[in-house]
Design a protein around this ligand. Structure first.
Ligand code: MG
Length: 160
């Protein structure tokens, strides 16, 4: 078994869509980034790549590459899933936390898990999405940005 962790942050800005786990969430601001800036999926991808010792998302999907401009992070997650399958890794589970003062995210968590599970070809029950505020402290607490953390466990298929 192999474990990996991921962490990401994006700045909140007016005039951007807020997309988390492939779900568009109504809010006055969205996350700024080269792709759709889906901070949850970015942390999940880094956890998966980390568990397989395959580098990080900056290496696989550079933000200097126009191919990834405005791309849905769901598409990038599919590619990470493909890289893992190619190397005969199976995903056991993923546990992720979104750190955001606002908006309230609880209602969207099942859909986020479902979207990511579909992209990876696993069951929604293998993905846990949690959300927390930071009690008004720090950049997340002040609503300047949203952070996300994730861990993932992989198993290596034997006898290949
Ligand atoms: Mg990112």
């Amino acid at each position: 078994m192999r474990i990996g962790q991921g962490y990401d942050v994006h700045r909140l800005k007016e005039g951007r869509k807020l997309i988390l786990g492939g779900v568009e969430i109504p809010y006055e601001k969205g996350l700024l980034g080269h792709s759709d800036a889906d901070v949850l999926i970015h942390a999940v991808m880094d956890a998966l790549l980390g568990a397989a010792a395959l580098g990080d998302i900056g290496q696989h999907f550079p933000d200097t590459d126009d191919a990834y401009q405005g791309i849905s992070s769901i598409e990038l997650l599919k590619e990470v899933g493909r890289l893992l399958r190619e190397r005969h890794y199976q995903i056991e589970n993923i546990d992720a936390t979104i750190i955001a003062q606002k908006p309230k995210l609880a209602a969207y968590r099942p859909k986020m898990a479902e979207n990511m599970a579909l992209a990876l070809g696993i069951k929604a029950g293998q993905i846990s999405v949690k959300a927390t505020t930071e009690e008004g402290l720090g950049f997340t607490g002040r609503g300047e940005g949203i952070a996300s953390q994730a861990i993932a466990l992989l198993t290596e298929a034997a006898n290949y």
